[in-house]
Design a protein around this ligand. Sequence first.
Ligand code: SAH
Length: 508
Amino acid sequence: MKQGIVYLVGAGPGDYKLISMKAAELISLAEVIVYDRLADDRLLGLARPDVELIYVGKASSRHTMKQEEINQVLVEKALAGKMVVRLKGGDPFVFGRGGEEALYLLHNGIPFEVVPGITSAIAVPAYAGIPVTHRGIATSFAVVTGHEDPQKAESNIQWNKLATGVDTLLFLMGVENLPYITTKLMENGLDGKTPAAVVRWGTKPEQEVLVTTVATAAADVARENLQPPAVFIVGRVVNLRRQLAWFDNKPLFGKTVMVTRAREQASQLTARLEAMGARCLEAPSIRIAPPESYVPLDTAIEAIGSYQWLIFTSVNGVEAFFCRLHAAGKDTRSLGLKVAAIGAPTAERLSAFGVIADLVPLEFRAEGVIEALTGRIGAGTKILLPRAAVARDILPESLRRMGCQVDVVEAYRTLPGEFDGPELGERLRAGEIDLITFTSSSTVTNLLSLLGEAGNELIARIKVACIGPITAATCLENGIKPEIIAEEYTIHGLVAAIVAAEGRNSLV
Ligand code: SAH
């Protein structure tokens, strides 16, 4: 039997992109992933479809699975020959009990490796604009547990040395213990006026920062009802935040945007909005599925030599076409024809398959495509159009009017997504969402059908951003007034329009 192994992997502090390449690779290969609540869902999205996911919880006071049980699961799975990733928030050896797990594995003869992660102790202050060291201000820092039981007779923490011996102190797991921590620091000689900060959910769009002093921290946190997880930062470096705050200054920081796209396509829009600081909630109001039958597409591919033009209207069309082309044992060399790709992303995807489009009309609307093709096609030109069945028919109809012979074949279907309508309705009702984005007419109608009767009324309360005039028209037809309409009908254009209208530095 194949030898099992356990990787103790640091998942980074919160922002899922702050993971190492090595960790990402191991996640994508793992047969078993054992994870806790600090690990972002999107990291788990990198895993194989057949991965076994084991949640072991760990909110500070109520452990879902005891440490001994976690140890046993790791050993059990490794003994069964599995490649196991034990995913831990931050760094596995910084208050992650990674050392204990490693010792347990060692004693049980299980091979293990450690993949360090970016610890919250340093990254969370960084995202709050607080460098843990700074020339002339702090030449040392210490990471300290804030979890020590205040009732314990003898503290393991050398408060007398820490309080005045280290310039920057970083307490993890300390929110509930702030009265004790701050009292100990002041009793041991630290000036109560020393600047301090509490950063909750650092590096994530939910990040909250409270700037205070050692003397006032406990009361401030109680008043604001700030909950874990948070890092408590003590030291003069906290003052640098006034100049260096960058993450929470991003244009869309603090805004929650609902992205209604097919799951397979949501990521690009979400990634760009997140880069602007927004929190995104992906409501996959549509989902891409294979066509009922591939026969029409396969038949067209079989006869590909008889076409003069191939027109792709979407990334999905490109993917489905090449998937079937390869399945037929053919590749790009069999495409001795002209290719048009509507929109830059479609052209980009095409180039990944080795095809440089002959024509890339940037205008998404069928009218723009016809204009671009005029003069290049004529009566009798045979055109293949692999696309979704429900798409608008203007393009093939106009081409036919120009005398072309157009074969529209279904390459994929867009179906209503699986997002739970009532839950979504709840969130809209609770005012949790600041903005809804629509990137096609079908996202509008699908969201409405998902929400049911109250849909229009719920959406009417929230700002709506559309990718272009056609989507906006569909909104209006459904009684929704879009406030933001992109001037350039692309994801990039949509994000730019949102930032211009909603961004904190916007002039509007
Ligand atoms: N191994 C982890 C720490 C585990 S202890 C690391 O290296 O980061 C858990 C504590 O880490 C929490 O109580 C909190 O103090 C801190 N923490 C982890 N992620 C955090 C985040 N995104 N924001 C604020 N604090 C965080």
